[in-house]
Each structure stands twice: as structure tokens, then as C-alpha cells.
Design a protein around this ligand. Structure first.
Ligand code: ADP
Ligand code: MG
Length: 577
């Protein structure tokens, strides 16, 4: 059987796993499970992915891109060095790097993958994710919802349970909540809700705003004029955010406009952190209330609240769970890993692996899907109303049909506009695309046209229309308002990406160390810097010499030097070779 890997393609971090009797994570070239979803360019247009790109983003933000998943499904261009990419293209580079890591580690070719997406990803975003996989040379066998994957991990290890479970997934940029029921090995997703623009990064950004305000800077101006200052300040705020887990207060070193550390500091307390993030906490409440209402379940009927995503480590999130559900959250599995492990279980389900023989899983469509209709009020016709066809939280795959009709006599055409959302008016929903129906036989008003929506297990929608009188059918492909790419454009993009070279794998660890040093050199005093840079120069020189002893000695000196400066470099944990 061809190997099938599971990939959690996160906003902040991505991971890869395979099923081998049980799900197992696959380490990357640095020997780590978490690969930051970052793409950077070094030297002559050589690509670095993951931790080295994240380091580069801090010292030279114009040479690296992060958080691009937030732009998935749009045509917005992201600049890296002097090239432009879409979020799909950047994601494909991350996927390609994960694929190569898996191939090296497993010593086999990998061509098939299951990729996870936030439950709340819309049709465009899902299609873009699938395309990113294809651009990376992967056949995407399934696009699975992240909270569903997380639920699968818990379900796999607790197959005899009879429980109602709520999964809260707060990652870097998205928030998902799902309620599911486990009963005798069957996992039924009952409802899911979420927000695609709410995540741990927003909590960090609030701290960044607070620090800028205290020092008299306007965010927009800082973003435009002093990107290095902003990148380093963000790194500092990220550190502070994590410290609030154990500390009541902390100080942030406020960088100068070129991103170098200064002796200016900002004092921040945990209380301040809660205060500036109060409105974000309010936004977290909404999807939770929504899934409880949709399933008619009371908070105290939930047996387990499972936390997923790095940002659920924040104390305020745990307090929020305790307050609402009157119980401690269940964190049996590492919140960073549980989605990737579930993706591997989903892969096993697709492969009919014996270890998951007794498991059955059903998922739901996270939002309502429908079309625009015109309503008549007396003699007045008003457009812009929404007619749902598939209601949210319907079990998938699902296919539903409805009838619409012409409003005027001799009307021969109808433009079907497809939307996703919960509002009565289409203007407040997200438009997914259009389908033109023509050739309706002339006659009085109210000629019928059938519209069929098919929502598949990947969460991808197909729309079909047909005229019953003539039997004529109309295309299933939506013309997305976010311009869909033609096959030719896709091939061109793939070709363009293939021309880019990945940084040599065998040198990536040393490159990472060098980029780490570059960041540290901006953090230390000018006095310390001179001596430090001499050691770094020597290390760089040793890289190109063939003298292994010299290299090992200089590298050791550099590590000691970093530790003595208070910036210890954590050596990769395991070797992936
Ligand atoms: P994604 O799935 O979107 O890639 P992750 O699940 O990896 O995201 O979570 C990333 C987010 O978690 C980031 O915003 C990061 O700041 C936050 N995070 C990770 N560890 C901690 C921690 N110890 N305390 C607070 N936030 C954390
Ligand atoms: Mg995630």
C-alpha cells in the first residue's frame, strides 16, 4: 500500500504523522516535530522553511513570510525578498518540506496525504489547501477538520468510552469549537463553530499595541516604517505572553527603530494582559455558546473539555473553561500534536487499517450553504435574501436539492449566486461563486429550475442546476469570486516554484544556528557584540573548511559563548536521519 501521511498545516506550526499500528509523529530535518509555518529566502534565492525562516523573519522581516494561512484562498500577494507568492504557494513550500522530511525519515517516497484545515475554513480556503498539496506533489486524499482530527486522537485512545466531548482549538490564527459524542467506537461530530480570524497571535498583538502606545508609537506607522522594530517587539511580547503562565509580571526590552535591543523597558503584568485581551475573550465565548445551543447540550452535560492548539496553554483560557464548565480541561495529549496524530488516524481510516476496524466517524458541515433569492412583497420584488439549502451541522457527505423559479414571464436565464453563512440577507454572508443557467423555456413566470448542492467528506461544495422541462444540466464548477486558477495557471505556478532551490538539507542545522546568532547579536550590548561576532565569523569560516575537528571545536565554543550571553541554543532533540 502506498504510504499516506497526515499533515497538520497550521498558521504558526505544522506537523506530520504516519499511522503504524498507532499514530506517530515524524521529525523534520532539525529533528523536531514542530515545523514553524514560515518560508524565508537566504543567499541567492535559496529557500529555508521552518525554524531558520522564523529566525530570519525577526532580523530581516522582508526576507521571510509567516502567518500566511490567514490569507489562504485569496489572491493577495506576499513578498519574500523580491519575489511574490500567494498563501497557497507558500503553503505548498511548507508542505513540500514536510513531505521531504517524511521521505528522509521513513525512507520511502510519499505521494499521498491527509491535510487538516480549521473547521471554519470556507470552500475557497479548502480548495486552496488542496491545491497547495498538489503543488507540493501530494495527492490530497482527504481534507479533514482540525477539531475532528483532534477528536479522532482522543477517540482512538478511548474507544470504549460513552461520552460527550467538547474540543476547543485555539491556534495561532484560528479558533474552532466542536462537540462530539463517542459511543462504542463510533465518533459522531454533532456541531462545530468557530472564527477564522481569532488566535494566539491576536493576544500577542494586543501586547505589542500596548507597548507601542506606552512608548508613543502608532502601530500603522511602526508597521510601515520600522518593520524590524515591530518584528523584534513581537518576539519579545510572545515571550512575555508565555511567561504569564508562571509569572505575575515581566519586563519587555523595547527595541530601537532598527530592531536592536535598547535599555528602554516596558513593565507588563498578568492582570494587564487579561485586561487588554478582554474583548478577545468575549469573542471566544460566542462559538462555544453557539455549539451548545445547536446541540441543545448544557455545559454540565459535557464530560470532557479537550484543549487543542498552543494558545490554549494560556492561563486565561484554562480559567475560562473552568468557569464555564465547572471542570478542569482534559489535556492528556500535547495540544500541539493532537491534530497531526488525528490526521494520521484519518489516514488509517481511509486505508482500512485493521487497528481502526472498530472505529466509525461522521463529520458535519460547519456552516449553512445556500443561494440568493428574490422575495415578492405585494407587487414589489426585493432581492438579496438567502435561501439555505444545506443547514449548518448537517452530517456529511450530503446532497440536497431545492427548487427555484423564474420571476418574470419569458425569463430564459437565472444567475445562481451561492453563499455560505447564517444571515437572512446574502450581503452579510460569504459569497462562494455563481452559476449561470440559461435556456429556460419561454412561458409564464414560475418556471422551475432544480438546484442541487453536494457537500463532500472534504468539505468541498459542488453545485448543479438543471431545467426539468428540458433536462439540461449546468456545470458543477463554481466560478469563485476569489479567482479560481485554471489548469494552465496552476502548471505555471508549479513550474515557477520548482525553479526555487531548497537550502541543502545537510547544512540546514548550521544555517539555523547562524540565523539564531544573527538574532542574538541584535539582543546583546555593543560591548558583548564585538567578541560574539568574532566567534560567529569563525564558525562561518569553519563551515566552509574541510577540517571536521576545527569545525567541531569552533561550534562548541560558539554554543558556550551563546550560553554565557544568556541565549542558550537548544540543540535539536533527535536526529531525523
Ligand atoms: P496553529 O495550529 O495555528 O499553527 P499552534 O497550535 O501551533 O497554532 O499554536 C500557536 C499559538 O500558540 C501561537 O499564537 C503561540 O503564541 C501560542 N502558544 C504556544 N505556546 C504557548 C504558551 N506556552 N503560552 C501561550 N501561548 C502559547
Ligand atoms: Mg492548529
Amino acid at each position: 500500500m502506498e504510504p499516506l501521511i497526515g499533515i497538520d498545516l497550521g498558521t504558526t506550526n505544522s506537523l506530520c504523522a504516519i499511522f503504524d499500528g498507532e499514530p506517530r509523529l515524524i521529525p523534520n530535518a532539525l529533528g523536531e516535530y514542530l515545523t514553524p509555518s514560515a518560508v524565508g529566502m537566504v543567499d541567492e534565492d535559496q529557500l529555508v522553511i521552518g525554524a531558520p525562516a522564523k529566525e530570519l523573519q525577526i532580523t530581516q522581516p522582508n526576507k521571510a513570510a509567516v502567518c500566511f494561512k490567514r490569507l489562504m484562498g485569496t489572491n493577495e500577494k506576499i513578498r519574500v525578498n523580491d519575489r511574490e507568492f500567494t498563501a497557497t504557494e507558500l503553503s505548498s513550500l511548507v508542505l513540500k518540506s514536510l513531505k521531504e522530511d517524511a521521505e528522509k525519515f521513513l525512507k520511502v517516497d510519499i505521494q499521498n496525504a491527509v491535510i487538516t484545515v480549521p473547521a471554519y475554513f470556507n470552500d475557497n480556503q479548502r480548495k486552496a489547501t488542496k491545491l497547495a498539496g498538489e503543488m507540493a506533489g501530494l495527492r490530497v486524499r482527504r481534507v479533514v477538520n482540525e477539531p475532528t482530527a483532534a477528536a479522532l486522537t482522543y477517540g482512538f485512545h478511548d474507544q470504549n468510552a460513552d461520552k460527550k466531548i467538547l474540543v476547543m482549538d485555539l491556534g495561532g490564527g484560528t479558533f474552532d469549537v466542536t462537540i462530539m459524542e463517542i459511543f462504542e467506537g463510533s465518533l459522531e461530530i454533532m456541531a462545530t463553530a468557530g472564527e477564522s480570524f481569532l488566535g494566539g497571535e491576536d493576544f500577542t498583538n494586543r501586547l505589542v499595541h500596548t507597548c507601542l502606545e506606552q512608548k508613543g508609537y502608532n502601530f500603522e506607522i511602526a508597521e510601515l516604517k520600522f518593520p524590524q522594530m515591530l518584528a523584534r517587539l513581537t518576539k519579545e511580547c510572545e515571550r512575555a505572553k508565555r511567561l504569564f503562565l508562571t509569572e505575575e509580571s515581566t519586563t519587555i526590552s523595547f527595541p530601537d527603530e532598527s530592531g536592536k535591543s535598547t535599555d528602554k523597558i516596558v513593565q507588563l503584568s498578568r492582570k494587564q494582559f487579561s485586561d487588554v485581551n478582554r474583548h478577545l475573550m468575549k469573542r471566544l465565548e460566542r462559538p462555544v455558546t453557539k455549539v451548545l445551543r445547536d446541540t441543545d447540550i448544557l455545559p454540565d452535560e459535557i464530560d470532557d473539555v479537550i484543549l487543542v492548539g498552543g494558545a490554549t496553554r494560556m492561563t486565561i483560557i484554562r480559567e475560562f473553561v473552568c468557569q464555564l464548565f465547572k471542570k478542569e480541561p482534559n489535556c492528556k495529549f500535547d495540544p500541539d500534536q493532537v491534530v497531526a496524530l488525528g490526521a494520521a488516524i484519518q489516514a488509517a481510516l481511509i486505508d482500512d487499517d485493521a487497528a481502526v476496524d472498530d472505529m466509525v466517524m461522521t463529520d458535519v458541515c460547519p456552516f449553512t450553504l445556500g443561494i440568493e433569492v428574490v422575495k415578492t412583497f405585494g407587487s414589489r420584488e426585493i432581492g438579496g435574501y438567502y435561501m439555505p439549502i444545506i443547514h449548518r451541522n448537517t452530517t456529511i457527505p450530503v446532497s440536497k436539492e431545492d427548487v427555484i423559479s423564474t420571476i418574470h414571464a419569458n425569463q430564459t436565464q437565472i444567475q445562481i449566486r451561492v453563499f455560505q453563512g447564517e444571515s437572512r440577507k446574502v450581503a452579510d454572508n460569504i459569497k462562494l461563486g455563481e452559476l449561470a443557467v440559461s435556456g429556460i423555456p419561454r412561458g409564464p413566470a414560475k418556471q422551475e429550475v432544480f438546484v442541487r448542492f453536494c457537500y463532500d467528506a472534504n468539505g468541498i461544495l459542488d453545485v448543479e442546476a438543471y431545467i426539468p422541462e428540458t433536462g439540461k444540466k449546468f456545470g458543477t464548477v463554481l466560478t469563485n469570486h476569489v479567482k479560481g486558477l485554471s489548469n494552465k495557471e496552476i502548471s505555471k505556478a508549479i513550474e515557477r516554484l520548482q525553479q526555487l532551490k531548497f537550502y541543502p538539507r545537510e547544512d540546514i542545522k548550521n544555517r539555523h544556528l547562524l540565523l539564531f546568532c544573527e538574532r542574538v547579536s541584535g539582543d546583546i550590548s555593543l560591548f558583548e557584540r564585538k567578541n560574539f561576532e568574532d566567534v560567529v565569523d569563525l564558525f562561518e569560516e569553519s563551515l566552509s573548511s574541510n577540517d571536521r575537528d576545527f569545525f567541531a571545536r569552533v561550534r562548541q565554543d560558539l554554543l558556550i559563548c551563546l550560553s554565557s550571553l544568556g541565549h542558550p541554543y537548544s540543540e535539536p532533540k533527535a536526529d531525523s536521519e
